[in-house]
Design a protein around this ligand. Structure first.
Ligand code: USQ
Length: 406
């Protein structure tokens, strides 16, 4: 297949692009390189030293024989160039990862909220709009999030996108229908993914576009089979308070003996997936498109459920580091339960990688190897969900600050 990977320089886009070419697909990466710009804005760097996109592509071609093309393009603002690209390349499938993906970054300030909404919503709409305008039969695979469901404790398993509901008609008769699971975003970033769902639903209905939405959990790990093949192919590994995700952060903190930053009680329960499974799922979704006229095909892209406290205890046990229960910068439930269905990927042959598969050791090793690149001051999460929480946070000293003062 001819595939365009929008956001192909990012944390998931890069390993997904390599994986797809390895499976015989032709890949073009389209990316505005904004993730690298955000590192500069925040004054942080990936734990792993990542090569430029040109260098990465050159090395991959040298060792695998697969050529990836690269186009620098801002999906949210360059609509005319996007249409030209569709017209000339004629893709069979496009994968949409070209969005600002960090919840804390999206909550940093009014400017960050506006950027996240403008970028994410326009990016999705431009893709849908271009496919219709050029009358192409392209399968669009969008990377969504488990966060669209919210984390309310209802005790029932979260289905894959659609919820059967019974409505009592005015005449008392019962009508059953499936609706999109009620959206319940926990951040501006998650809100944009909820808006994406509605755009996808409209275009599937109105224009019979073939659309897939992957509701992904929190990704852990950094390397995949392909990125391990050369040090210049290494994937990014974020550990800072804005972009680092919880388990990867804990492992980096353990490597430098920084008390694990559990927000609140750590009773937040979330869905997780290893990066290797994430790229496998993308390939499975690409190979199993919906038919024209079908509603958006939704998969829950996750393999395990864990609560934050349990993860911290596991990492503390592995490393001997202590746990610091810090004031939570987010507005979220203190404790929640979570049950999620992921039958669709399992039935397509996904064989989940789990925390018990020994891959934590690889991460600890990577964190130790690159620990000179870690800036301890960038570890605390400082983006507060409300101004009041921000004021409180500024008045609290962390264990680490106390340690540094001593
Ligand atoms: N947390 C801590 N300590 C930390 C960092 C996070 O206790 O040092 C807690 C958070 O308060 C939260 C949970 O861990 O309750 C998860 O936080 P996270 O930063 O690992 O994940 P999140 O902000 O939810 O976002 C990440 C990705 C996002 C993706 C989402 C899937 O950045 O792109 O959509 O995971 S999900 O969480 O299922 O919505």
């Amino acid at each position: 297949m001819r595939i365009g990977v929008f956001g192909g320089d990012g944390f998931i886009g890069w390993p997904a692009s390599l994986h797809l070419t390895n499976r015989g697909h032709e890949v073009v990466i389209l990316d505005d390189l904004s993730r690298r710009q955000i590192d500069l804005e925040l004054g942080v760097q990936s734990l792993t030293p990542i090569a430029s996109i040109q260098e990465r592509i050159k090395i991959w071609e040298r060792i695998s024989g697969h050529r990836i093309q690269f186009e620098q393009l801002n999906l949210a603002t360059e609509f005319e160039r996007l249409k030209q690209w569709f017209a000339s390349y004629q893709p069979d499938c496009v994968i949409h990862l070209a969005q600002q993906r960090a919840a804390p970054y999206s909550m940093k300030s009014d400017r960050h909220k506006a950027y996240t909404v403008n970028n994410n919503v326009n990016a999705t709409h431009n893709l849908l709009n271009a496919i219709v305008e050029l009358e192409q039969d392209v399968h669009l695979v969008h990377l969504g999030t488990m966060g669209v469901y919210g984390y309310s404790d209802i005790g029932a398993t979260i289905p894959e996108g659609y919820l059967p509901v019974q409505i009592t008609n005015d005449d008392g008769s019962q009508h059953t229908q499936e609706i999109l699971y009620p959206a319940n975003p926990g951040s501006i970033y998650h809100m944009t993914k909820c808006l994406d769902q509605l755009m996808l639903a409209f275009y599937a209905k109105n224009d019979q576009l073939r659309l897939t939405d992957l509701h992904q959990g929190i990704v852990w790990g950094t390397q995949t089979e392909e990125t391990r093949r050369h040090e210049s192919l290494i994937n990014r590994f974020d550990y800072d308070g804005d972009y680092g995700t919880v388990l990867n952060r804990f492992l980096v903190q353990a490597a430098i003996n920084y008390p694990l930053t559990v927000h609140g009680t750590g009773g937040q329960t979330r869905a997780f997936i290893h990066i290797q499974d994430s790229v496998r799922c993308i390939e499975l979704a690409v190979s199993n498109p919906p038919a024209r006229g079908e509603r958006t095909k939704i998969f829950n892209q996750m393999t395990e459920v864990h609560c934050v406290r349990e993860l911290a205890e596991l990492v503390a046990q592995l490393s001997g580091v202590s746990i610091d229960y810090v004031k939570n910068p987010r507005r979220e439930a203190k404790e929640n339960d979570l049950k999620v269905s992921n039958e669709k990927f399992l039935s397509l042959g996904l064989n989940p990688t789990t925390l018990s598969d020994g891959l934590l050791d690889e991460l600890v090793e990577i964190a130790r190897k690159h620990k000179a690149r870690i800036d301890r001051t960038r570890i605390p999460a400082q983006s507060a969900w409300t101004k009041e929480i921000g004021d409180e946070l500024r008045n609290i000293e962390t264990i680490e600050q106390v340690r540094q003062r001593a």
